[in-house]
Structures are given as C-alpha cells and as structure tokens.
Design a protein around this ligand. Sequence first.
Ligand code: G6P
Ligand code: ZN
Length: 582
Amino acid sequence: QQACTALSYPLLSRPFSLPAFKMSVVTVPTTPFSGQKPGTSGLRKKVKVFQQKNYTENFIQATFTAMPGGSEGTTIVVGGDGRFYSPEVSQTILRLAAGNGVKHVVIGQDTILSTPAVSALVRSLKADGAILLTASHNPGGPENDFGIKFNISNGGPAPEDVTNKIYAVTEDIKEYKTVELPDLDLSKTGEFTHGPLKVTIVDSVSNYLQLLQEIFDFDMIKKWLHETSPKPSVLFDALNGVTGPYGRAIFVEALGLPESSIQNCTPLPDFGGLHPDPNLTYAHTLVERVEKENIEFGAASDGDGDRNMIYGKGAFVTPSDSVAIIADWAEEAIPYFKGGVKGLARSMPTSGAIDIVAKARGLECFEVPTGWKFFGNLMDAGRLSICGEESFGTGSDHIREKDGVWAVVAWMSILAKANQTKPGTDINAILLAHYKKYGRSFFSRYDYEEVASEGAEAMMAHLRETFASSSFAGSAHKATSSDASFTVAAADDFAYTDPIDGSVSTKQGLRIMFTDGSRIIFRLSGTGSSGATVRLYVEKYSRNEAEYADDAQVGLKPLIEVALQLSKLQEYTKRDKPNVIT
Ligand code: G6P
Ligand code: ZN
C-alpha cells in the first residue's frame, strides 16, 4: 500500500472547517456479522475473521454509533500493541472517524501505544474516548488473534451498557459511513490534516514516561541501582510486545541500566512467535536467565503492556501478593500516595491478601468481578487508589487501566526504600517480611485452555446443581492423596452490585468457601478467542510461620484434588492436566 502524508495533498492542510475542502462522506451498505459481542476486554477474534470484507468496518461503525454522546466533533485516541493487521485497521479507523464526524484523532507513531499509555493520553488530553488495537496477551500474526477495544472518556474500558449497545448495533447494522481517504503515513510524529480530520501522531512513550516520573521517585530508585554494593541486577522482558520502547526509555535511558537489562524489547507484529503473557510458562526465558545469572529483580509485561510479572531470584511474586505488598508500602515508597491511600480493591478470584492489609490500615476494600472495568467507578468516585487481579494485573487511580510498567517501577521503589534501611533486601526478603506481618495466602490458578464449550458449560451446570442441594453447605470433602478434609461453609454464583451506580453483574464465577477460610472458584474465561477456557482458582490462608517459605503447589494440592472431584472436571473437559499453572 502506498503511504501518503497529508503534505502530499497540500490543499487539505487549509482549515478543515471550510466546506469546500470537506471530502464527502460515503454511506456504504453492509450486513451484520453474528458474534460481534465485546468480551471482558473488547472484541477478540482471529485475524482472518477481522479480514472478512466489512467485518472490521461494521464493528468500528458500531463503536462510533454507540459512543456515549455520539462521535460528532469528538477527539479520540488510537493506539495498540502493533500486532499484525494493526496498520490496515488504523487506516480504516481514520476513514470511518472522518465519516462519523470525529474532529481530531490522536494516534501513536506506527500505531504503537501501550494500553496504559492510551489511558494516560485520554486523561491528559481530556479526549472523548479511545480505540485500542490489541488482543492483549494473546499471540499475534496472520494465524493468531486481533482485537478492538473501546475506552471511554475517563480512560477506562467501556462499561457494559456501552459494550451492549455496540453489540446491539452490530446485530442490526445496515450501513457504515466513511470518507475515501488515502493511507496516512503514521511513521512520523506531528500534526496533519487528513481529509476533514485533524490527526496528531504522537511519540509512543513521552507522555507516559512523564506521568511515571511524576508518580515515582526516580532518584531514589537510581540510588538503589547504582550506589548499593554489590549493585543489584535487573532484567525486564517485553516479550516482543508494546512495552519494549517503554522499557528502554525507563530502564536504560532514565534509570541508567545497561542494555543487557532488557530483552525482547522491539515490538514485533507476531511477537516473534512468543505468547506475550507474563507468567511462569510463557516468560520462561526470563525466569531461566534470572536463576542462571543470579538476577535480583526480574519483570515482564504482556503484549499491550497492562499486565506484569515480578520474579526475583528464587522468588515468584504471585499477583495477589504483589498488589497487597504494593498497597502496604505505597505511602512510604511512592510519592504519588504520600497524601494517603483512599481505598483498595481486588477481583473476586484474587486472594484475600490485600483485604488483610486494608483491615490493618483501616482502609475500605472492595471485591469486584473479574475485569478491570469494574474498578473505574470506584476510582472516579475517589474511593479507590490501588487494586489488582490474580491475572497479573496491578494498578492505581493514576489511569483507568491496569499498568504493567507502573507495577514494575512500584516494586523497584519498594526495594529502593527497603534498601535504605536494610541494604541487601531482595524480593524474597520483602515477601517473607510481609507473610510474617500478615500471614500468607497461598494461591494458584489452573487453566484448561480451548476445551469444548459444551463440556465446559456442562461442568458449570453440574456445579450449580451441586450448590443448589440443601446438603451441600456443611458437607465434608476429602483430598485423594492425604487425610486433609474441607467442610463447605457456603457456595454461590458471584454477583456484584456496583456501589456507585447500582448496576448489577451476575454469574461472575462459582465459588465454594470452606470453614477454614480456603476457597475454590470456577470461572469460564471471557477473553479466549476459540472454545472455552476453564479457570480453577484455589486459595488457602496460613498463619503458620513454618509454612511461609513453602511452594504454593505443595500446600494447595489437597484443595485442588477436592476441586477436581467436586467439579468432575476431567470427565467434562476430557483434560487430565491444565495447560498453564500460575
Ligand atoms: C483481561 C482484563 C482483566 C481480566 C482478565 C480476565 O485481561 O483486562 O481485567 O482480569 O481479562 O481474563 P479471563 O480470561 O479470565 O476472562
Ligand atoms: Zn494486556
């Protein structure tokens, strides 16, 4: 495709409000595609699905139609993780934005903007919304996934009333509105006139980097990195996703670390074949290097930069602990929270470690369904500062998305602060100190990916039926490989009433609570692109110091056995092993 900048048709760089230069809007007839229902995080499908004629146009049109307040005269931000098919879809968005009366599009250079950076830009520009081109941590490339997600003017994912409206429009769509514009060259930053649109192409990193420099004490982190002896070593892995340029700007340029402290830091359309999800399975090259080279601080982020994993030598920080520890240290180690932390929150399957910190600090703590969008209202209402999910998402009210790089810098801040009083403190020491203070919530998640939907649904139905029996509460369940036994205290299908707007979300996961405080939860993933993914979450709280250094898998084994028996998971899904354990 021929790239063509606005400068090559200079007449159009005159004030675009002049009707003589307004290129005409074309109405193109189309017919609906079924299944354009945005999931937990937008519409995610195989690239091939998006490549069907009018498939992408329909969804983008529906997004403009459903935008709260309409699209006429708006400013929107467009960015993404640079995955395969992003260049084509960016041009489609520009054409349909022009067709739908959008006034100003702010877009990342080469469409690259991490999800947190988009959220930050929407907020600093007071834009009306954003379109993100990403399928997050799902693999990319012509045979893999693409995704389109809409964020609203607070910078956060669109709430359900908006995504339901988008879906309703796609079900009944008859036409879309476009302006037949040539492709705009997105490789140079600057301001351009593109048909009736003003388009600003922004540097992918600078606005976000400035925000982080306002939030954290970079000098304190630098002191820890450069003035401790021996110097702590760091490894950040962007998994060939969008955070590469951010990693380089922050860790190498701003914090002065050597080039060897970042890896996989060039965003690639197919992530170089990696599965860009920061967990022990998919970020294993990071884990191996950290162990082999005795690296104190390792961290990774996902395809679009909103997830994170913290991994120090011999110490995997489970995301449920990570958010609890950040919350506990925030006021002391992060200038942004100096004035006080407003409240804390976690998603339902996330362990209760953060609840314990909240209680000790006298803070409100919320339990919301899975999905970052549920935190937005609480933040907007000034009741929530720090929150996290077991799915490797951690963040704060500095933006309205979870923020992988923020979490990494938060952990560096904690280590820097701890080293001021106790030189040599590493991640393991931070974890153990936390457990000693608050007890340890052992947590693990088993993922059974791409199982047949019927089997997964049948298993959930079986569990609902079990819960409905009057003898279930109070029943005892024995593990298979030991004498451990768990008595059911209660079981339900999690429902949530948003304390701010009163909206109700039902069927958010099946949970079994035991009398000793342990929990088992079953949920079907809302982010897969084919078949069903069953997630099994287990949690057990311990105040026994002798157990604090144990491997979570050992401590949780009896509970997992009970979960497998109760659900008949193997029978229903035909799987005897999970694909991923975190
Ligand atoms: C996305 C959302 C997260 C959510 C996760 C759940 O990453 O941004 O907020 O926790 O999806 O995914 P799942 O596959 O479990 O529905
Ligand atoms: Zn993501």
